[in-house]
Design a protein around this ligand. Structure first.
Ligand code: PLP
Length: 394
């Protein structure tokens, strides 16, 4: 009864385990969520009032597929670092829809797409749903293994390389400048496209901003932005910044998919942006999340055994912790939930299940006291398991 493409659909593992971790006694580092207590609710209320006053009933009318013109202009002018024009922008229903539309524009069933191991699970879902053949290459704290990428692209042409260059979900790491430049050079040499997914780029707490791949090579990079992490995810608004020829085809697909993203939400975001509320709001969330990152990293350093190594990102929402003993974190997950703390086992983020000894820890969604407590709970468990392993092998 069902079409071929439904064979590759799998419900997100994370969504399944989130249901388990949402019980009130559990301190959850599992979801990739911003903190609702920090949403700019008052500013959004004022924006809502202003848009009703300005637009009256016209607010509720159909609008353009590509997105409201002043919103696209604002994005092109203020939220991109290249000299993008509004013709290079299309507003999407979350950056997730942007990913889906671009994948459908570029990939035929069975075509090869290269991703990193680990990578964003939602991208894997989109790629699988669109029947891409996934090739996973390893990455380290500087970015992807470019020798591995070259081996793939040398042999055959690929649809594109998908990446999150800044504060990756799930590892939190960002590409070094040198790796960015070499990747761009490789894309030019072998003539492939890059999808640069950047929902966390504005959430930098320390260190210096580095040029995006899109800045380095605007004609071959399709960049995805999102209002989910910088305003609120319920708005379901994101954008694509790409060469105009790609935007035009994406626009046709989007028209077929949903005519346009919610005009109400776009006006709300536009009024919010035009009121000047974004800048102070970003300062507020950067300060809060930056502090939570510090608290989680120092709690991990204090309490975990040496066999647990973790990344210390400069932004974003995640720390990635790895058991150097190579034990699976899947069994640890069940024990952790029993102890009242949750994380996402790392295996879910690998296209080919290459590795299972890591875990993703979210620090943006829990207040400081709970971060301390949650890490304590997790550390007593990891310490106990490690002692058990040592005793068994003695
Ligand atoms: C890397 C990455 N891309 C895209 C998304 C989807 O974001 P949006 O809410 O804009 O659809 C997420 C959400 O967590 C993400 O982590």
């Amino acid at each position: 009864m069902f079409a071929q493409r439904t064979k590759n659909l799998n419900s997100s593992f994370i969504r399944d385990i989130l249901a388990v971790t949402q019980q009130p006694h559990i301190i959850s580092f599992a979801g990739g969520l911003p903190d609702p207590a920090l949403f700019p609710v008052e500013d959004l209320k004022q924006a809502a009032q202003a848009m009703h006053q300005n637009l009256g009933s016209a607010l509720y009318q159909y609008s353009e597929t590509a997105g409201l013109l002043p919103l696209r202009e604002y994005i092109a002018e203020h939220l991109t670092v290249t000299d993008s024009k509004r013709e290079n922008i299309i507003v999407t229903t979350g950056s997730q829809q942007g990913l889906d539309l671009v994948v459908r524009c570029l990939i035929d069933p069975g075509q090869k797409v290269v991703v990193e191991g680990p990578t964003y699970l939602g991208a894997l879902q989109v790629l699988r749903a669109n029947q891409a053949e996934l090739v996973s290459i390893p990455s380290d704290d500087q970015g992807p293994d470019l020798e591995a990428l070259e081996r793939v692209v040398k042999q055959e042409s690929i649809g594109f390389f998908y990446t999150v260059t800044d504060f990756q979900n799930p590892t939190g790491t960002s590409y070094s400048l040198e790796r960015r430049k070499r990747l761009v050079a490789l894309a030019k040499k072998y003539n492939f496209l890059i999808l640069e997914d950047a929902p966390y780029a504005a959430l930098r707490y320390t260190g210096e901003m580095l040029p995006s791949l899109h800045t380095l090579m605007p004609d071959r990079v399709i960049r995805f932005g999102s209002f989910s992490k910088i305003i609120a995810p319920a708005l379901r608004l994101g954008w694509i910044n790409a060469p105009q020829e790609i935007i035009k085809v994406v626009e046709k697909l989007k028209q077929a998919a949903d005519l346009h993203s919610s005009g109400y939400d776009q006006q709300l975001v536009l009024h919010f942006l035009q009121s000047g509320a974004l800048k102070p709001h970003l300062q507020k969330i950067r300060a809060a999340y930056g502090e939570r990152l510090e608290i989680m990293a120092s709690a991990l350093s204090r309490t975990m055994p040496e066999t647990l190594q973790f990344t210390k990102p400069e932004g974003g929402m995640f720390i990635w912790a790895t058991l150097t003993t190579n034990e699976s974190t899947l069994a640890l997950f069940t024990a952790a939930v029993e102890q009242g703390v949750a994380f996402v086992p790392g295996e879910a983020f690998y296209a080919q299940g290459e590795s299972n000894n890591s875990m993703r820890l979210n620090f943006s969604n829990s207040p400081i006291e709970l971060i301390e407590q949650g890490v304590q709970r997790l550390a007593s468990l990891v310490n106990r398991e490690q002692r058990g392993t040592q005793a068994a092998s003695a």
